[in-house]
Design a protein around this ligand. Structure first.
Ligand code: F6R
Length: 606
């Protein structure tokens, strides 16, 4: 949601700002804009357009303003529709102060009333515009000190925000601030960057600074000053970005999603390295895992599905009760949580507001927090006691694929680790499972080599109005994930069910020709026969069954084979064809694969 870029340095600013916005496109947006300081003291140069970044580029033509600092924004509309006027940056009434914003200002109505009484003229329907007028007044009150003005304004705002501001009187200076919304600093050589995430500047520098809650950053091409809202100077943590620009490019694939599906063997292998026989003390140093009475996993969407698989594994191997909660529901029902509860937030981005708020609720009630996250320097790991980083690399496509695979791996690693800490799993079993985990990258590779027939199979169902997914045990969350992928990408009604639950209602949905994807348990599992019966039940009512499993099912119209695996690890394999089906269906239905409609990659509002 909303991409934010700031550049100050030796280069002409338009190019790094546009490039940064391009790299942040994946976050989801519906308008874009840029403001640059061209001539000191004169009104700022500004261009903004509804729609895709290409609309903005078209309106720029060949113009390259002679500016060495500026800010750019991709907006995902919340307050006010996606129009040219509502697009960011927003300007003060003199046209000399420009502001971009990600998040929601909750007290914008009262601020707007106050500012209109003071004579400010508003031109948009956004919550953001209140902030630019407020900042303009504050800057005057602080004799032109934009950073001091930003500190004062932030203290008056309620809600969540990343803000970046420039002023025409100070070419080369950008001031930013953050609360509950991401902002990182890129440290360059004679140039510095501010952005929603590191992919915006990864082509220029691998050095990044982490910013904390309620911090204000003031940059020029050669200086970076970070303070709290009182003006106290802080020393931010610097870290090295471990991937390079090519990781955030398509590398010959037609879509990021397909590239990311094919990257899964590597992502899984990277996440497993050195961890199968226990998590090292560097990871667990900040957390006491003894004496836990309950585990609560909090997450959203795909990450929630990984958590559901985690419940099966952690309960089995660590013998501790596990609840899996939708983060958006968790804190509002005031759940019982205390210091004997281990809370595991799972998040690819590390910035999902619902998950962050649930984490904070649990933390304020004394829970121990062990995050699973893919993004170094993001808010969720920073606010957790310990973090198990997944090593999926940058995930650009909105629909999560390789991040899910690595979140599953993280669940297994945590389950095994807790099992050892609690003495609930014997060494032989944990070594056996560790060895099975190590086989997964090659098995996923094998599936990817044989997915070609899925293309024509998917086309067969392209005009279906609905598709159902069935699974049992860990196959049930896998079914939920398959249905979510199809909804997101094909814009088709899709639902996942537990096989045993069918006859309690959902079977009424089956009619002649309804496609049903059955995730078959491994053929040596006790549940295999039960699932065969569930397939018979839907087939008898006209369903066309596509079975995913390690052996062919004679009652299925189509069989998709995956290698045999440990029962609990099977979701890592079974989800791969489901991802490919959703991808192919999006193509067959002419949909935008990497940026499906209405969705954003990083959901930074509640
Ligand atoms: C689905 C998808 C979303 C995310 C969810 C949580 O393909 O990507 O459902 O899984 O928004 O995001 P993170 O993991 O960043 O907290």
């Amino acid at each position: 949601m909303c991409g934010i870029v700031g550049y100050t340095g030796k280069a002409l600013a338009l190019s790094p700002v546009l490039e940064g916005l391009r790299r942040l496109e994946y976050r989801g947006y519906d308008s874009a804009g840029i403001a640059l300081v061209v001539t000191k003291g004169a009104p700022l140069w500004i261009e903004k357009r509804a729609g895709k970044l290409s609309n903005l580029e078209d309106s720029l033509g060949d113009v390259i303003p002679d500016a060495h600092s500026g800010i750019g924004h991709t907006r995902w509309a919340t307050h006010g529709g996606p129009t040219d006027t509502n697009a960011h940056p927003h300007l003060d009434n003199e046209g000399k102060l420009a502001l971009i914003h990600n998040g929601i200002i909750e007290n914008y109505v009262e601020l707007r009333e106050l500012l209109e009484k003071r004579g400010h003229i508003f031109t948009s329907e956004t919550d953001t515009e209140s902030v630019v007028h407020l900042l303009s007044d504050a800057r005057k009150a602080h004799n032109g000190d934009l950073a001091a003005a930003m500190r004062e304004v932030c203290a008056e705002l309620r809600g969540s925000f990343t803000l970046l501001a420039i002023h025409a009187d100070e070419p080369g200076r950008i001031v930013g601030a953050r609360r509950n919304s991401p902002l990182v600093v890129g440290v360059g050589d004679g140039e510095n960057f501010l952005a929603s995430d590191v992919s915006a500047f990864i082509a220029h520098t691998k050095r990044a600074l982490e910013l904390g809650q309620d911090e204000v950053v003031d940059i020029t091409s050669t200086s970076i000053v970070v303070t709290d809202l009182m003006g106290n100077i802080l020393t931010p943590r610097e870290y090295e970005i471990s991937w390079d620009a090519s990781a955030a490019e398509r590398g010959g694939f037609p879509h990021f999603m397909l590239k990311e599906i094919y990257e899964q063997p590597k992502s899984i292998a990277d996440t497993l390295i050195g961890r199968t026989q226990g998590l090292n003390s560097e990871i667990t140093a900040g957390i006491n895992l003894e004496g836990i009475s309950k585990v609560v996993i909090i997450a959203c969407g795909t990450a929630y599905h990984a958590g559901l698989v985690g419940k099966y594994a952690i309960e089995k191997w660590a013998n501790v009760p596990v609840d899996v909660e939708l983060a958006s529901e968790y804190r509002y029902r005031e759940p019982a949580v205390d210091s004997s509860t281990l809370v595991i937030p799972i998040s690819q981005s590390g910035e999902t507001m619902d998950t962050l708020m649930a984490l904070r609720y649990a933390k304020s009630h004394g829970a121990r927090i062990f995050a699973v996250c893919n993004t170094n320097g993001s808010t969720i790991p920073r606010e957790s006691d310990a973090v198990l980083y997944t090593h999926a690399g940058p995930e650009i496509a909105v629909a999560s694929t390789k991040a899910f695979a690595t979140q599953l791996i993280a669940m297994y690693l945590l389950g095994l680790h807790l099992g050892r800490v609690r003495g609930a799993i014997d060494e032989k079993t944990s070594i056996e499972i560790g060895n099975e985990l190590a086989l997964l990258p090659a098995k996923v590779e094998q599936i990817l080599e044989t997915v070609e027939p899925l293309r024509s199979l998917t086309r067969e169902f392209k005009d279906s109005t609905s598709m159902l997914f069935l699974g049992r045990h860990v196959g049930y969350p896998t079914a939920l994930e398959g249905a979510l992928k199809l909804k997101e990408l094909a814009y088709m009604h899709a639902e996942g069910f537990a096989g045993g639950e069918l006859k309690h209602g959902p079977i009424a949905l089956i009619e002649n020709g309804t496609p049903v994807i059955a995730i078959m348990p491994p053929s040596n599992s006790l549940l295999y026969e039960k699932m065969v019966s569930n397939v018979q039940e839907v087939k008898a009512r006209g369903a066309v069954v596509i079975a995913i499993g390690d052996s062919d099912l004679s009652s299925a119209a189509h069989n998709i084979r995956i290698p045999t695996s440990h029962e609990y690890l099977q979701p890592v394999l079974a989800v791969v064809p489901l991802q490919v089906i959703a991808y192919e269906m999006a193509i067959a239905r002419g949909n935008d694969v990497d940026q499906p409609r209405n969705l954003a990659k990083s959901v930074t509002v509640e």
